[in-house]
Structures are given as C-alpha cells and as structure tokens.
Design a protein around this ligand. Structure first.
Ligand code: ATP
Ligand code: MG
Length: 383
C-alpha cells in the first residue's frame, strides 16, 4: 500500500485525435509543477498518479496540483493490491471512527469477480463490525470511502474529491506576452489566458528612478504567484523613463497616457516577436479608465500587427477583484507602490483621443530611436 495523489484530467478528453499530444503536455506540466519535490508520475487510464513522495510533502503537492490547468479533480489516497483484504486495510485508514458513511465503488476492471455493489457491501460491512460508532447512510453520509478498482490489478482508495482548476494545459494554445503592471487587473488577465492553454511570458515597464525598487519587487512577487499557474519562470523588464520624459516635454499633456501606451505596445511587440510569442495580453477592461475607451484601445492597436488579447474587456472591477482574491494576487496588487503610468499623470487625460491628433503629437518624437533605446534597457529576472 502506498500514498498517492490521484489526478483526473479535464477538457483534454474532448480533443479526439490530438488527445495524445494534450496528455503529454499535461503530464509535462504536472512534472514542472512538482519541481524540487521527489516524486514519480504514472499514467493509468484517464488518470495520473503522483507516487513515491515523502508523506510530509502531501499537502504541498496537493496545493501545487490545485494550480495546474487541465485538472478536473484530485484526491489524496492509497494505492493497494485489489484483493478484498488489501482494499479493506486501506479503507480502514481512510474511513472515520464515527459518524455516518458509505462505501462507493467504481470498477474499472469489469473482469473483477465482485460487482461494485458487492465490494461496497463487503468493505462497508467489515468497517461497521469493527467500528461500533459508525452508521451507514447511503443517501447523505458525512463521509464517503471511495474504492476504484483499476484494470492494472490495483485499487485506489480515497476519502474525498477536490475540484481542480479545469481549463486547458498551458502551452497547448501557443505563447503570448503579458504586459504586467503592479495592478489588480493584469495578473488576472494572465491567469485567464493561461487557463485557456496559453504560455504566458511577462513584460513589465518601469520608470526608475521615478518608480522605486519596491515597485519592481512587487511586480516580481506578482509574477511569481502567476507563474505557479502559468509555469513560466521569468519576467522581462524595460525602462520607459526617457520615453515618458520626452512625451512630458514635447507633447500635449492630455495625451501622456495614450502616447505611452503606444510605446509600450510597440516595445512589447518587438520582444514578443523575438521570443516567439504570437499575441500580446493586457488587463484592459472597456471604459475602466480614460485610456481604455474604444478610441484609446484603437489607438494602441494601430501601432502593432500582433493580436492583442484582453480577457477582461467585459469584466466589472468587482469581478476582477474576486478572481484576484481567488488566485492569490490581490493582497500583493493592493500594496501601495507607484506604477509608471501614475508618473507624469495629467489632470485631464484625453478620453476620446482622435488618431490624427495623436499622430501629430507623436511626430514630435523620434519614435524609432526611443523604442531602440528602451529595448536596450531590457533585463530578465528569473525565479
Ligand atoms: P492593472 O491593474 O493591470 O494595472 P489598470 O486598471 O491600472 O490595470 P492601466 O494602468 O491603464 O490599467 O493599464 C492597462 C493595462 O496595460 C494593464 O492591465 C497592463 O496589461 C498594461 N500595463 C499598464 N502598466 C504597465 C506596466 N508598467 N508594465 C507593463 N504593462 C502595463
Ligand atoms: Mg496599472
């Protein structure tokens, strides 16, 4: 008998002929998520088992599995031989001492000499006779002992199902570059695209020395939390300080943010292309701030060819906050550090900037040189 984590996978079932590919990526992602923990991963029909780990790591493994996209549900359980005595010994470890319970059996191996009902009745009967404080309740028991008789000649015994994150295994949908600020929205946007199978690389713009080390550390912390889901291991940073100074000096103040955004998109596209990413991802949400009006988004889109995915476009702030709390980024996002967008913020940013006006103001800048200069400040932080 050995301790195992049982993992059932989600939407990958639907992928017909590509199933093999999706399963390989999924297994590979599980492997990455277990980095630094001694373990083995085995595949048995429709499930993966994590085995050969130190029992003290059970909770940490469960926590990490809870963050892997593509997991439908998972359980901590026992793998035993499939004879009645072995199953019973495992069931004794899983069953409570008192209260109401039932045994529920699933028989993957249809050649097994007992039916599911017979297995449940026998194991349940033996538990009852040994533990006088237990009572059977087949309709709404406090505890269920699950027995899963596998084709492999083994059985799995466990006490509960934990709901997984569902979604698609990351990397099955290609690669994107997330523009990540220190705010609430962008980490959530990254999470949502990773959930649909995108490998989410990350890019952050800073305005050092106007923004400080604390601001950078905050973004790195956010990136680390997101990476537990996205399984990526680094963040790129680029300075936009000189760009902001130039905009501030030469262009109409109400266009500060709009012009900065266009630089961010241009730089992001260059980095994305270099890294083999096929799209940009942002945390923009329609109408949330002055630069996220239809006109604002259009002016940003106009300077890039890559598609820009904005998974939060139709979300209210409360909905985004709820997800941020669920995925564990909220507490860090609300720490009070300045973002580069708040430096040189005009009192009245243009809400519906006209493209002709934007282009006229932008022509006062050496766009190409500023982009190249910003790219040369690029740094990569690995974690
Ligand atoms: P967030 O919570 O993501 O900061 P926000 O409501 O503050 O969102 P903006 O500051 O207008 O919105 O930014 C919109 C989007 O632009 C962000 O979601 C992010 O994708 C990108 N962005 C903004 N600032 C930065 C930055 N400093 N570095 C990288 N991307 C940024
Ligand atoms: Mg922001």
């Amino acid at each position: 008998m050995e301790n195992v984590i049982i993992i059932r996978y989600a939407e990958i079932h639907l992928k017909g002929k590509n199933r093999g590919y999706f399963e390989r990526v999924f297994a590979n992602n599980l492997e990455k998520a277990m980095k630094g923990i001694r373990h083995e991963i085995h595949r048995t029909s429709g499930r993966y088992l994590i085995a050969d780990f130190n029992e003290s790591m059970t909770e940490e493994i469960m926590r990490r599995v809870s963050r892997v996209f593509g997991v439908h549900s998972y359980s901590s359980g026992l793998l035993t031989e499939n004879d009645e005595d072995s199953i019973y010994h495992a069931a004794k470890l899983v069953a409570p001492e008192s209260g109401t319970f039932k045994v529920e059996t699933h028989r993957g191996d249809k050649r097994y000499p007992l039916t599911s009902m017979e297995i449940s009745a026998r194991i349940g009967g033996r538990l009852l006779s040994e533990r006088p404080s237990l009572r059977v309740d087949v309709h709404s028991p406090e505890h269920t002992v699950y027995v899963d008789v596998r084709e492999s000649g083994k059985a799995l015994v466990f006490g509960s199902f934990c709901d997984g994150l569902h979604g698609m295994p990351v990397s099955t949908a290609g690669k994107g570059l997330l523009l990540i600020s220190g705010g609430i929205d962008s980490p959530v946007a990254g999470y949502m695209m990773a959930k649909r199978g995108l490998t989410v690389e990350m890019l952050h713009f800073h305005s050092y020395p106007y923004t400080n080390e604390g601001a950078k550390e905050k973004v790195v912390s956010l990136a680390k939390i997101l990476s537990e889901y996205s399984l990526t291991t680094r963040i790129t940073t680029v300075s936009v300080t000189h760009i902001q100074e130039e905009i501030h000096k030469k262009c109409a103040a109400e266009l500060n943010v709009t012009l900065l955004r266009r630089f961010m998109y241009r730089i992001a596209e260059r980095i994305a292309t270099r890294e083999g990413a096929g799209c940009l991802v942002t945390g923009e949400s329609l109408g949330q701030v002055a630069s996220q009006t239809l006109e604002g988004l259009t002016s940003s889109n106009a300077v890039v060819k890559l598609p820009v995915l904005r998974p939060l476009i139709g979300f209210d702030k409360e909905d985004i906050i709820a997800i941020a709390k669920k995925i564990g980024t909220y507490e860090t996002s609300v720490l009070p550090y300045e973002d580069c967008c708040t430096v040189f913020l005009p009192d009245f940013p243009a809400i519906k900037p006209k493209l002709s006006f934007i282009e006229e103001e932008e022509s006062k800048l050496d766009v190409k040189a500023l982009v190249e200069e910003a790219l040369s400040t690029r740094e990569c932080i690995r974690f």
